[in-house]
Design a protein around this ligand. Structure first.
Ligand code: ADP
Length: 252
């Protein structure tokens, strides 16, 4: 699409959403037979598959950590995921996204329980439509829980941006292309931020508003992540309720 004259008309965005609305989101947990945990996510036009393997032996062995598990994360865009064919294989962007996404998740994984092992997270972007890194983190978080990896809580993520001078939640592709700021944010359910990047400019006041919007969006996403796990397991296995309490029992 060529640059539209306006991205907001009569208070509505071009896809009909208001500033606080996210695109439709659908999580499905446990879709891959061979992975220990998996999740398929549609987040607006993004279609994302996350697969988790582990805890398992670390290869090469020199990467082992004697006191905890290592988390590895690979974000990959399929060559057919974008309009122009994307050259297959890692590039600077996917290496950066893999790094920040790993950092967004590793704080909630209880790595100390599995010394010398690795937890591998693979995120495949089958269709990209802006916000693919946050979609990947959301799917990976559900896939980790589906794999039974002990976690302190789930991580949820959403991007906030600025278009036509207004702060809005969850940019779509055109808004990402023609907007003036893009701020992907991930947080755990206690509101602790585990990823915060920013492209473009926001004033301090706008930044505060963007953060509030992200908190609101992440709360909704957390609820959907939880529901996807309930759908698969018939009960709430989200880490906050499934964590062992004193006496080794769960507080279900
Ligand atoms: P995110 O997907 O997390 O928003 P970016 O801001 O880097 O990450 O990318 C925004 C969007 O631009 C992507 O979701 C995708 O639709 C598109 N895009 C990214 N890389 C490419 C590429 N190599 N070729 C075509 N489109 C791309």
């Amino acid at each position: 699409m060529s640059k539209p004259e306006k991205l907001i008309v009569d208070g509505k965005r071009l896809d009909g959403r208001g500033p606080f609305d996210m695109r439709p989101i659908k999580f499905t947990a446990g879709v891959l037979k061979r992975a220990d945990g998996s999740c398929y996510l549609e987040f607006g036009g993004n279609k994302v598959m996350a697969a988790v393997y582990g805890p398992r032996e670390v290869h090469p062995r020199h990467m082992q950590n004697a006191s905890r598990a290592i988390v590895r994360y690979r974000y990959n865009m399929a060559s057919f995921s974008v309009e122009e064919r994307k050259r297959p294989g890692p590039d600077r962007r996917s290496i950066e996204i893999s790094k920040v996404s790993r950092e967004a998740l590793e704080g909630v994984v209880m790595e100390e329980l599995y010394p010398r092992s690795a937890i591998d997270v693979f995120v495949e972007i089958l269709q990209a439509d802006a916000g693919s890194r946050v979609a990947g983190i959301n799917a990976a978080s559900v896939a980790l829980a589906d794999a039974g990896i002990p976690m302190k809580c789930l991580v949820s993520a959403v991007a906030v941006g600025k278009i036509d001078g207004e702060v809005v939640l969850d940019l779509n592709k055109d808004e990402d292309n023609y907007g003036s700021a893009d701020l992907p944010i991930a947080m755990n359910q206690f509101g602790e931020i585990t990823l915060c990047q920013m492209d473009g400019h926001l004033t301090e006041e706008e930044f505060g508003r963007a953060l509030d919007m992200a908190v609101d969006g992440c709360k909704k996403i957390h609820e959907l992540q939880k529901q996807a796990l309930i759908e698969k397991y018939g009960q709430d296995i989200t880490p906050d309720v499934a964590q062992p309490i004193e006496g080794g029992e769960t507080n279900e």
